[in-house]
Design a protein. Structure first.
Length: 304
């Protein structure tokens, strides 16, 4: 993304998130209709349940759209730093939702192994499942592309949700094909268990950064080093004395102490601090929403 201030950047991010969510909603409507109708016609509960799961995806994507409108970066009287932490809460919701899905799959997998059902090959069902895999993988790669571009944890979580769905459908496909040879869905149940473990791992990887944002964890060392380097490059800054950072949604809040020549006037010191703040907040690579700069006087050589 081009260099621009954080507020302008977030406006563009919101539009991208909305576009991705709306495309996902239309894709899931097609999938839900196809799986429920074909699964009902041929009496396959695995495909019907997969369709119900896709219906749940519609709900999560509606939450994404709602989050875009309520997680505004603009401040108000009760939220002086804006509302971006709502995005972190939404990502946590996604992670917990995926954990619940994984738990359900574990239960279904164990039940399927204990009491396998008779199943036979059906090309209509296989066609619907393959369609699901293709669409969900497309949504995953599309979502991840924009998640990396915008650094949106919410888009990343939604993309991994699509990947979880495609893996689940792969498990169903394996079960449908193998059932033609062994006559039961036990292979499908085993595959579902493997997928459930993978989904739990994805849920943990999504949950961890969301928690870090909610508990005000400091930014990565690489980001802090770049902040110090950028601030030090401003004319008049002798050195950066101290830096404190905390994650705020997908952004960073920064408190910075800088040393300037003690002989400078208050106005000159203020101008240097303002220049540091402007340079840091205008760098979209750093994702700094607000930088508070404190000026410390430095006794330079000419004072001796």
């Amino acid at each position: 993304m081009d260099k621009q201030d954080y507020m302008s950047q977030q406006s563009g991010v919101a539009k991208i998130v909305l576009k991705v969510a709306i495309i996902g909603i239309f894709a899931n409507i097609i999938l839900v209709s196809s799986k429920v109708i074909v699964g009902s016609i041929f009496g396959n509960l695995a495909v019907i349940s997969d369709g119900v799961h896709s219906a749940a995806d519609l709900i999560t994507q509606l939450f994404v759209i709602i989050a875009v409108f309520i997680s505004s970066p603009k401040r108000d009287k009760k939220h002086n730093y804006g509302h971006e932490k709502i995005e972190s809460l939404m990502v946590m919701f996604f992670a917990l939702f995926l954990s619940g899905v994984a738990g359900l799959f574990i239960w279904q997998g164990i039940q399927g192994i204990i009491s396998p059902d008779y199943s036979e090959l059906n090309w209509y069902l296989i066609g619907v499942v393959i369609l699901t895999i293709v669409v969900k993988e497309a949504l995953f790669w599309y979502g991840m592309h924009h998640a990396k571009r915008t650094r949106s944890q919410m888009l990343k979580a939604d993309a991994w949700h699509s990947r979880a769905d495609s893996l689940t459908s792969i498990a169903v496909l394996i079960g449908l094909v193998c059932s033609a040879f062994i006559g039961t869905n036990i292979v499908e149940s085993i595959a579902v268990l493997v997928v459930a473990v993978f989904i739990l791992r994805v849920a943990f990887n999504i949950l961890k950064p969301a928690i870090n944002q909610l508990i005000d964890r400091a930014a990565d060392k690489n980001d802090e080093d770049k902040i110090v380097e950028t601030a030090s490059s401003v004319n008049g800054v002798i050195k950066v004395d101290e830096i404190r950072t905390r994650l705020f949604g997908s952004a960073i809040l920064v408190d910075l102490d800088i040393h300037v020549d003690g002989k400078l006037s208050v106005e000159q010191g203020h101008d240097i601090a303002q220049a540091v703040q402007n340079k840091l907040e205008s760098d979209s690579d750093l994702r700094i929403k607000h930088c508070n700069v404190h000026v410390n006087p430095c006794k330079c050589d000419h004072d001796k």
